[in-house]
Write a protein that binds this ligand. Structure first.
Ligand SMILES: [Zn+2]
Length: 85
């Protein structure tokens, strides 16, 4: 399995409005295609790309903001990058 070092795009962490619920997708690269849904009753936060339908879900607290879900996803994405074909 070849490493895809050369294909890897750097993830730019730009300034994002703290209460934004739409974010850029790290997979398909579309701007603001990822929407965050926070389910306060189930303590879950879910982010899903409207274009490539990739999604991520995490446990949240009442302090969790949509941006936190996105950041958590970014971390998971960076970690998983090494295992992707
Ligand atoms: Zn996408």
């Amino acid at each position: 399995m070849a490493k895809r070092k050369s294909q890897r795009k750097p993830i730019v962490r730009k300034l994002i409005e703290p209460f934004a619920t739409e974010f850029d997708c790290p997979y398909c690269g579309r701007a603001k295609s990822c929407h965050v849904n926070l389910d306060r009753s189930c303590n879950t936060g879910r982010i899903e790309c409207q274009k490539c339908f990739i999604w991520f879900q995490m446990t949240t607290t009442y302090l969790t903001a949509p941006i936190d879900v996105y950041m958590e996803w970014m971390d998971a994405f960076e970690e998983s990058e090494g295992y992707l074909e």
